[in-house]
Every structure is written in structure tokens, then in C-alpha cells.
Ligand binder design. Structure first.
Ligand SMILES: Nc1nc2c(ncn2[C@@H]2O[C@H](COP(=O)(O)OP(=O)(O)OP(=O)(O)O)[C@@H](O)[C@H]2O)c(=O)[nH]1
Ligand SMILES: [Mg+2]
Length: 463
């Protein structure tokens, strides 16, 4: 499907600021017409003579005024990013000159593109589906090699292929059921409640597996939500600075130094951690600190991963035990960091092991930088225990896709229930149709314009 958009859009596709070059991009059926009005190729070449997918040297003019020396790439539909005629103008990377070129295009008939509009056109023109469009945002936002590879896999259509396979299976099954309902005398040999049960269970397993990948997908994509917990003065902010390898968080020997949470993103051995340094958890009368402590508890509840920092040079006290109980209660992935290993150790190790597996306890000195490398290895082991192979695994990363999969799962469970209770076949096809359309939402079928608009509004300008 290709939609004939009436207007031609333009935007600056490179980041704003000084650089070697910048690119102004234009897409739509008027692209060449507009280019002809503003671009003079070198020699006596005409814009209409430029071959598709070639680079042409020349100048951009505003009336008679020479604006910049540029390289222009003309790409004619349909082999383009948007499936429309696309023109890319590579100009000098000054803030003023790029903006002037964009203004000239607009003056000559282009409209300023909305964020993500080029990709939205690629989607609406059927070049990519919605899960691939989402992968474009993920790829642009990717902070680690892992997230880059996972988004690239989705962009290349791995998830789409999987979803289409599942939908195809559902469709075939529904067709058999419909035939059986419409022509009961026909006796379709391929239809039986047993067949429906088996095939649906198989699809259900695959859908459930995709749902299970969502946490890992999100973690790879957005980073691990990490919180540093511990009572005051144990060295949480010092650990934060070790992770960052710089003195960012304030460290003092006064308990209660950190009052407001500080959040940073760090890349530890290829894993992106969004780390929050919190106010030490303790009972306090100080109003500001009290708010900080309450906040720490909320962050901890929402975290994927907790660093629990304990002062090894001191004994465990009720404040430590309270945090340990909290971690146990919420069953959070945790590493217990026994800090201050440079001082004489007084902590009763066995008491600690009543709460936490020995494997996840590590001794460090945040002050002296001892044991940090081992800590980094442990983090890697915890999140990439060799079990995920990005290139083999199809993973989902967005909450939107997860919701659609959960809804599809419910519909498939209803199908199994119908078979178990030998209910009329109409119920089967109704629930299968629901599952089919929920899976379709992932690739952008059967969803409203508002959802589509929301997805593309998260893009940057010029993409
Ligand atoms: N000897 C020694 N002192 C440390 C170590 N890590 C931190 N400290 C000291 O412990 C004190 C508290 O460190 P912080 O990092 O501010 O501790 P915190 O847990 O963030 O404290 P609050 O923000 O008050 O909750 C400072 O005086 C640090 O220099 C360590 O490994 N060894
Ligand atoms: Mg602190």
C-alpha cells in the first residue's frame, strides 16, 4: 500500500550545532520540483537529468544569492526510506547555513516535517511495519552494543516475521473452523477439537515465551533500573562514584549526606545501568531526609536490580536487617556490597548469609577502588549469564507490544477453555480472531491513529 501524501516535507536530519556537514532531507512528490527551484548543479546539468541514487555537486540559491556549496542525493520512489521521492542535501555544518537551506525549501513549497514523519511515511507507505518503526527509535537511542544489535534485529523484521508466522497459524486454524461451522456436512478432516487444542497450545507457548523476553528486552533497550540502598554513611555515594569513575556524588563522613536521589547512566561491561544513589534508609526526624528515605523505598520497589551496601567494618544492625528483609520480600535481584574492606572487618558474615546467597556478596573498598573489577564481572554475570544470544532470540522491548501479547495470550487461553468444555465452535473462532488482531497490533494492524501518532511523536525531528 502506498498513500499519496499531497505535501512534501523537509527537515534537518543531523543534530543541531556546528559540524563538518549537515543534512537537510526532503520527501514527497514535489521534492524534485522544489529542488529544481533552489539547486544549480555544476556544469550545465539540469536537475531533471540527475539519475536516481547518485550524488550531484552544485550550489543552493535563494533567488540570485548563493547560499552554500552542497552535494545533493536524489532518490526516486519507490526505493527510498519513505517510498516517496527523497532528496538529501549535504551542506556545510553551520547552524545558520543549515537553517537557511531549510527555510528556502519551505519558502518554495515544502512543509516542515513533524518529528518522525519520514519514518511514519515509510510505515504508512508499507515499507516497514510498526514494530520496525519502533526499532528505528530504539536504534537511535541505543546506548550499548547489545541494545544496538537487539534493535537492529527488530528493524530487520525478526519480530515481524515471528508475529506473522503466529498469525498465519491462527488464520489457517480459523479457516478450518469456519468451514466446519458453515458446512457441517462437509466434514473437514483437518478439524477437530483435539487439533485446535494442540495448535493453540503451541501458539500459546510461543506467545508466552515472547512475553517472557519483554523484561530482558526492556533492560537491554532502556537499561537496568538500578538502586543503591543502604543505611547512612556506608559508602553508597562512594560506590556511585566508582561506577562512574568520577567524583559526581557528594561524599562526606556525615551520615545523611545524600538527601535527594541522584540518577546517572553507566555502561558496565556492555550493560547499561540507570543507577540511582539514594538517601540512606534510617528512621529520621529531619523532614528533608525523611522525604529522601521514603523516596528510596519507592525507587527500590520499582528497581530491576539493587546494590545493597553494607559497612564491613561495622556490625550489622537493625537498619541493615530491615533492608535485607525488604529485598527478600520483593525478591529483587541484589548484590550485597561489603564496603570498606580496607578497614578491619567486624561484620558477622554468617549472619548475612541467612538472608542472601554467598554468590551475591562481594567485598570492596569504594574509597581505595579495590574489588571494583570483580563487582563489574558479577554484574555482567547476573544479567548476561550466557543464556541470551541476541542474534538467535526474538525479543520485544516496548510496553505496547507486551500489552498486545498479554491480550493475545488471554484470547488463546479462552480457546483452550472452550475446547475443554466442548463449547460451540463459534466461541473458538471468536477468540482466535481476537488473538489474531491483538498480535496484529504489534505490527501496526488494527490500531487507531492516536496510537500511531503517539509512537511517532517520540521520534526526533528529521527522522
Ligand atoms: N575507609 C573507607 N571509607 C569509606 C569507603 N567508602 C566510603 N567511605 C567513607 O565513608 C563516608 C561516607 O561515604 P558516602 O559515600 O558519603 O556514604 P553514603 O552511604 O552515601 O552516605 P549517606 O549519603 O549519608 O547515606 C565517607 O567519609 C567516605 O569517605 C571505603 O571503602 N573505605
Ligand atoms: Mg550518599
Amino acid at each position: 500500500m502506498k498513500i499519496d501524501f499531497d505535501d512534501t516535507v523537509a527537515a534537518i536530519s543531523t543534530p543541531v550545532g556546528k559540524g563538518g556537514i549537515s543534512i537537510v532531507r526532503m520527501s514527497g512528490k514535489e521534492s524534485l520540483f522544489i529542488l529544481e527551484k533552489v539547486f544549480k548543479p555544476a556544469g550545465d546539468k539540469k536537475v531533471s537529468e540527475i539519475k536516481s541514487h547518485t550524488v550531484t555537486y552544485g550550489h543552493i540559491f535563494s533567488g540570485d544569492k548563493n547560499i552554500d556549496e552542497v552535494l545533493v542525493i536524489v532518490m526516486l520512489a519507490p526505493r527510498t526510506y519513505t517510498r516517496e521521492d527523497v532528496v538529501e542535501i549535504n551542506c556545510h555544518g553551520g547552524i545558520k547555513v543549515v537553517k537557511s537551506i531549510l527555510d528556502i525549501l519551505i519558502k518554495n513549497g515544502a512543509r516542515m516535517a513533524l518529528p518522525g514523519e519520514f519514518t511514519k511515511r515509510a510505515f504508512l507507505n508499507g515499507r516497514i511495519d510498526l514494530s520496525q518503526a519502533e526499532a528505528v527509535i530504539d536504534l537511535i537511542n541505543a546506548k550499548t552494543e547489545l541494545s544496538e544489535r537487539a534493535s537492529l534485529n527488530r528493524l530487520e523484521g525478526r519480530l515481524s516475521k515471528k508475529i506473522n508466522e503466529l498469525r498465519e497459524k491462527i488464520l489457517t486454524m480459523t479457516a478450518h473452523i469456519e468451514v466446519n461451522i458453515d458446512y457441517p456436512e462437509h466434514e473437514d478432516e483437518d478439524f477437530s477439537y483435539n487439533m485446535v487444542f494442540e495448535k493453540t497450545s503451541e501458539i500459546l507457548r510461543e506467545v508466552s515465551h515472547l512475553i517472557e523476553t519483554s523484561d530482558m528486552g526492556r533492560i537491554i533497550n532502556e537499561g537496568v533500573k538500578t538502586v543503591i540502598l543502604g543505611k547512612p554513611n556506608v559508602g553508597k555515594s562512594s560506590l556511585m562514584n566508582c561506577l562512574l569513575d568520577e567524583e559526581r556524588a557528594i561524599v562526606t563522613d556525615i551520615p545523611g549526606t545524600t538527601r535527594d536521589a541522584l540518577e546517572v547512566n553507566v555502561n558496565i561491561k556492555g550493560i547499561s545501568l540507570n543507577v540511582i544513589d539514594t538517601a540512606g534508609i534510617r528512621v529520621t526526624d529531619d523532614i528533608i531526609e525523611k522525604i529522601g528515605v521514603e523516596k528510596s523505598k519507592i525507587y527500590a520497589k520499582n528497581a530491576d536490580f539493587i546494590f545493597f551496601v553494607v559497612d564491613g567494618s561495622d556490625e550489622l544492625n537493625y537498619e541493615d536487617l530491615e533492608i535485607l528483609n525488604f529485598i527478600k520480600k520483593f525478591n529483587k535481584k541484589t548484590i550485597v556490597v561489603l564496603n570498606k574492606s580496607d578497614l578491619e572487618q567486624k561484620l558477622d558474615y554468617d549472619e548475612l548469609l541467612e538472608y542472601i546467597d554467598e554468590n551475591y556478596v562481594l567485598s570492596i573498598s569504594a574509597k581505595e577502588g579495590i574489588g571494583i573489577e570483580k563487582l563489574f564481572d558479577k554484574i555482567k554475570e547476573l544479567f548476561l549469564a550466557g543464556e541470551i544470544d541476541i542474534d538467535d532470540e526474538v525479543m520485544i522491548s516496548s510496553e505496547r507490544n507486551k500489552v498486545s501479547l498479554i491480550n493475545a495470550k488471554h484470547s488463546l487461553e479462552n480457546v483452550l477453555e472452550t475446547v475443554r468444555n466442548k463449547m460451540p465452535q463459534d466461541f473458538l473462532s471468536m477468540d482466535l480472531t481476537d488473538a489474531y488482531s491483538h498480535l496484529g497490533e504489534i505490527i501496526g494492524e488494527s490500531i487507531g491513529e492516536d496510537v500511531i501518532d503517539k509512537i511517532f511523536s517520540e521520534f526526533c525531528l528529521g527522522k
